[in-house]
Design a protein around this ligand. Structure first.
Ligand code: ADP
Length: 575
């Protein structure tokens, strides 16, 4: 490592790895090949845990889940060209979810650029729409500068994604060690407060509201603001509604949670306090018929650019959720008369009537144990078997939609699903990252991954990665033979001898596929389930195995559906 002048030389891979380590990066997920194998080796030498995955998509999903759970980015490492392009899936998903993530992509040697180099691709430009910052270090000694900037861009302001491009010649190229200056670890973003006048206006509005509602989004979960948000709910006794990944910031079992009356609460609320949730498709754009046309919103968001999207708020509270909610609490407490929303107000009567009505509707389906099983019955059984503190990963069409209502969360950041981008195929990558995080920071906590059969197919091979790193995940596959619905076995017989490209419905997958056998190839245990008693005993056995992953393959009626809904979830108007 001595240069001709007697100076110690260091290569680009080592500088990159050390710079990432200096910035607190703990995990790197990826797939090696030309030209980045040296980067993975240097990362391990620097003490960064390297998880070798089977597909860059899953690697980028896994890295982004670490970003959500820890508020610090993990790295997804990819080869040039196709490797980077596969990782765009995770970049787009993380960027849409506002989660930190750094993707490091290898690229062809600079002296082969424009010559049709191996996997040559304009990656810095291509990555740009999927991230906040995309750059190739201009020289080896500037690598730490680019790494610090990438980390800072990921976590400051609205969290998001950064891309760092490393050409092959930079990875193996060397410079004198003294010429490289490592930057200090970027601190957590500073708390940002809203204007006191607006805080006071917000409290006035909430105090006067007849039908107030707090909406708790995944921004509140990411921000780690559970302590203040719980305090706000307990102090004001205002009803609250979590979004899917906002679940658990305040426990779903809290008596002021109005999730079972979601549509009613949204439709009639006259003042909405939005805590880290966008008024996008997931909240029906905040407009009629799903929202009250006269609703007044109070919007808390770290991103000023977000404020006013679709509905201009009555009160703007740009800032960090923890800081702003603390301001709201202080303002409530400063007032001479302690405000508490009246538990006998007509609003509670409306909400409680709807809650019991909806709970009754679902009860019938939960108690219907006929075979093949329906979603509600199977999910009710799964819910009974889940430890209260487990991390739930949930994706698939009906499996996720119904799972959201049937699987309660008591803790924040304990639900990972298809998210803002509606990305299917994230499940196994998320579960793997969550299991790794539990191994390191919450030993004994279980990860349960409840997947549709189609969703599982996207990244099913990552069960080998789970086995290789001894990460135990209970994977429950809701197998309805397709996407939305599939063919029953007897219907499959009708198409068996035809040209299947013309007769198998586009939603269909092969019937009754034995997914549980896949895990056995990697030393795990598989369970085939048709009935509730079988599901109960399989769950018991799988949950008690803390060493290996399991797959519980639950046969669901291919025709089973969600309970009838008043609104189609994607339209802006009534059906
Ligand atoms: P959901 O899917 O739960 O509705 P979204 O992802 O739509 O939530 O919204 C999350 C919002 O939270 C984003 O607009 C993001 O800017 C915001 N956010 C993220 N971190 C913070 C924070 N620390 N303080 C305030 N807002 C935040």
């Amino acid at each position: 490592r001595q240069g001709s002048g007697g100076q110690t030389k260091v290569d680009g891979a080592t500088i990159l790895a050390r710079a990432l380590k200096e910035q607190g990066v703990e995990y790197m997920f990826g797939i090696v090949g030309v030209p980045i194998i040296e980067v993975a080796m240097a990362a391990q030498a620097a003490g960064i845990k390297f998880i070798h995955m089977r597909n860059e998509q899953a690697a980028s999903y896994a890295a982004s889940a670490i970003g959500y759970l820890t508020k610090r980015p993990a790295v997804c490492l990819t080869v040039s060209g196709p490797g980077v392009i596969h990782a765009f899936a995770g970049m787009a998903n993380a960027q849409e979810n506002c989660w930190p993530l750094i993707v490091v992509g290898g690229s062809c040697d600079q002296d082969q650029e424009s010559m049709g180099g191996f996997q040559e691709c304009p990656q810095v430009e291509q990555a740009r729409p999927y991230c906040k910052y995309s750059a190739r270090p201009p020289s080896l000694d500037r690598i730490p500068f680019v790494v610090e900037k990438a980390v800072r861009q990921c976590i400051f302001g609205r969290p998001g994604v950064a891309y760092i491009d490393m050409s092959g010649d930079m990875i193996v190229g060397k410079v004198a060690e003294q010429s490289v200056r490592f930057l200090q670890n970027c601190p957590a973003p500073p708390a940002m407060y809203a204007s006191p006048a607006n805080v006071s206006k917000a409290v006035d509005l909430l105090t006067r509201a007849k039908k107030p509602l707090i909406i708790v989004g995944k921004g509140a979960a990411y921000a780690g603001s559970e302590w203040v948000v719980r305090d706000l709910v307990d102090t004001t006794r205002l009803p609250f509604l979590p979004t899917p990944m906002g679940k658990g910031v305040v426990p779903d079992s809290h008596p002021l949670c109005v999730s079972p009356a979601r549509s009613k609460a949204l439709q009639e609320a006259d003042v909405v306090l939005l805590l880290g949730a966008r008024l996008n498709w997931m909240l029906h754009f905040g407009i009629p018929p799903r929202f009250n046309p006269n609703v007044q919103t109070i919007q808390v968001d770290i991103s000023l650019e977000e404020i006013g999207n679709n509905v201009f708020p009555a009160v703007l509270l740009p800032g960090d959720i923890s800081a702003v909610v603390q301001q709201l609490l202080d303002e409530f407490r400063r007032r001479p008369q302690q405000f508490q929303f009246d538990s006998s107000a007509p609003w509670w009567k409306t909400l409680n009537t709807k809650i019991s009505e909806n709970q009754k509707n679902v009860e019938g389906m939960c108690n219907d144990h006929s075979v093949p099983l329906n979603y509600y019955a199977a999910l009710a059984e799964v819910q009974k078997a889940l430890p209260k503190d487990c991390i739930i990963v949930n994706e698939g069409g009906n499996t996720m939609d119904i799972g959201r209502t049937m699987l309660p969360n008591q803790l924040p950041r304990h639900r990972l699903d298809a998210g803002t981008f509606g990305t299917m195929g994230v499940g196994i990558g998320f579960a793997l990252a969550a299991a790794l995080w539990c191994r390191d920071y919450a030993p004994g906590k279980r990860v349960v991954c409840i997947e549709g059969d189609s969703a599982f197919g996207f990244s099913g091979m990552e069960i080998e990665t789970l086995a290789r790193y001894q990460l135990p995940v209970v994977i429950i596959i809701f197998n309805n033979n397709g996407i939305f619905f599939g063919l029953r076995s007897e219907m499959w017989e009708d198409v068996a001898d035809s040209d299947r490209t013309l007769t198998v419905p586009p939603t269909g997958l092969a019937p009754e596929t034995r997914y549980e056998k896949l895990i056995e190839a990697f030393g795990g245990t598989g369970y085939l389930v048709h009935s509730i008693p079988q599901l109960r005993s399989s769950l018991q056995a799988a949950m008690s195995d803390t060493k290996r992953s399991s797959i519980i393959n639950v046969m669901i009626d291919p025709m089973a559906q969600r309970k009838p809904q008043e609104f189609f979830w994607l339209t802006k108007s009534n059906l």
